[in-house]
Design a binder for this molecule. Structure first.
Ligand code: GDP
Length: 466
């Protein structure tokens, strides 16, 4: 199905570009060991094609006799390697020039430069992992917080694929039972599959698909970050809150636009949850502009974000405009940040707010804080977790749906099963058609039967050297 270029032996730097203590250059393909041997001289006269798999050899990389660097070379024979092919990893000193020279020497010996994502693509093509797992590798690399990483690791360990496979198997068993009965009606001792048990099987699978789909929002937010809008009247402490959050978080090293002042979005790590604070330029704008666009912006922000933080000033009475804002943001997930509690005696929400939303809702949304005294971040973290990651989503090892491709495939499977459930009067051989469709959709969710162009698209988003 896939057009293949696997006779090429590919090479790339697999550690980040830049200067580091060490760097790893990876070679993969049928000629990997032979090509590495051409540019390598072992300190003890060993030949790479004779060392056992997964053994490191110390020596020098040379370019036509000239020493480039002292290196440690690790030989891994297929299929026991990441790509499933013969692989050689060269641990060299982490200077850009050194890496470049070594890669050039290997290319001169017959390797070709890898395309972005090509190592992972080969791992997929060689059956070392399915597409969901390959995507998980990419997610792990780009994970910026503890929980994002955990979700990616879960995905990589194949939890999602295994779960989906079990569901698919259940449907296949149903199809086989139906077909056997249709094809061999003369065998009377075959257990007959009743319409009821078909329906029951499909319903069971459907319920579990729904359970998986219910994790899609949490999965998306862990992967992409929870989009947060901070809104409120001038001077309530919006930018102080933003600054506090930025100070308290573990620094996120990122090249995503978001580290300079006039950017639209700031990414941060709130207790392991990735947040994307939207429109930070707006938050920092001078008050008169904010005043003019306050309500409009709140509306706009509420539409585009996952979470609205409405900030109130505990040091003064709540205004009619603030109540109006509250009514607007209530339609979406929101938290009410009562800031400047150092200025109020008890820090409870003002009476009109309680009247408007009632005690139970207040309990759920209220976060008391003082940006000045730097209190309340832990409470904010807890409330965000309650809101979006209820139950054991963050702590369990249950699979999460973390990408749109999986979600759409699951929705298709769901739709096909609903057809089965809706059509109880039909002949069993017609039901099989829908059940089969559900099976195909589940295969797609795992990334088994995915079309070549989709595969290429996905792997091209990987970075070079992966
Ligand atoms: P924004 O206009 O909503 O972004 O508000 P700012 O963050 O600029 O804060 C407005 C004023 O309130 C500044 O003088 C802050 O120092 C002050 N402020 C912010 N948070 C607190 C707080 O928790 N307690 C007190 N006492 N003052 C605060």
């Amino acid at each position: 199905m896939y057009q293949d270029v696997q006779e090429r032996t590919i090479v790339a730097l697999s550690t980040p570009v830049g200067t580091g203590g060490i760097a790893v250059i990876r070679l993969s393909g049928p000629e990997a060991i032979r090509i590495a041997q051409k540019a390598f001289v072992s300190a003890r006269g060993k030949r790479l094609d004779q060392v056992p798999s997964h053994r490191a050899v110390f020596g020098q990389m040379q370019d036509q006799g000239e020493v480039i660097d002292e290196v440690l070379v690790l030989v891994m024979r297929g299929p026991h390697s990441f790509t499933g092919e013969d692989t050689v990893e060269i641990n060299c000193h982490g200077g850009m020039y050194i890496c470049q020279r070594i890669i050039e020497a290997l290319i001169a010996c017959g390797a070709s430069m890898a395309e972005p994502g090509e190592f992972s693509k080969r791992a997929f093509l060689n059956g070392r992992m399915d597409l969901s797992e390959a995507e998980a590798v990419m997610d792990m690399i780009s994970a910026q917080t503890a929980y994002s990483l955990k979700a990616a690791v879960n995905q990589l360990s194949g939890g999602f694929s295994r779960k989906v496979e079990a569901l698919r198997q259940q449907l296949i068993d149903t199809i086989v039972a139906i077909e056997v009965n249709i094809d061999y009606p003369e065998y009377e001792d075959l257990p007959e599959i009743t319409d009821d048990s078909i329906i029951q099987n499909c319903r069971q699978v459907l319920d579990q698909i729904d359970e998986l789909l219910a994790t899609a929002e949490s999965g998306r937010m862990l992967k992409q970050g929870v989009k947060v809008a901070i809104v409120g009247q001038p001077n309530v402490g919006k930018s102080s809150l933003l600054n506090l959050l930025l100070r308290e978080q573990r620094a996120i090293v990122t090249d995503v636009a978001g580290t300079t002042r006039d950017v639209l979005e700031e990414r941060l790590d709130l207790g392991g949850i990735p947040l994307r604070i939207m429109d930070t330029a707006g938050i920092r704008k001078t008050d008169d502009i904010v005043e003019k666009i306050g309500v409009e912006r709140a509306l706009e922000a509420a539409k585009e974000s996952d979470l609205v933080l409405l900030v109130l000033d505990a040091g003064r009475a709540v205004t009619p405009e603030e109540l109006e804002l509250l009514e607007l943001v209530r339609k979406r997930p929101y938290l009410l940040v009562l800031n400047k509690t150092d200025l109020s005696e008890n820090g409870v929400a003002p009476e009109p707010v309680t009247q408007l939303i009632g005690e139970p809702e207040l309990e759920r949304v209220l976060v008391s804080m003082s940006a000045k005294q730097e209190t309340g971040v832990a409470e904010l973290t807890d409330k965000v977790k309650e809101l979006f990651f209820a139950g054991d989503v963050l702590t369990s090892d249950k699979p999460l749906v973390t990408n749109l491709r999986q979600k759409e495939a699951l929705l298709r499977a769901r739709q096909a099963l609903q057809m089965v459930l809706a059509s109880q009067q039909r002949e069993q051989d017609l039901l099989v058609i829908d059940i089969r469709q559900a099976c195909d959709a589940l295969s797609d969710a795992q990334g088994r039967s995915t079309q070549e162009d989709v595969v290429n698209e996905i792997f091209s988003r990987f970075c070079l050297g992966k």
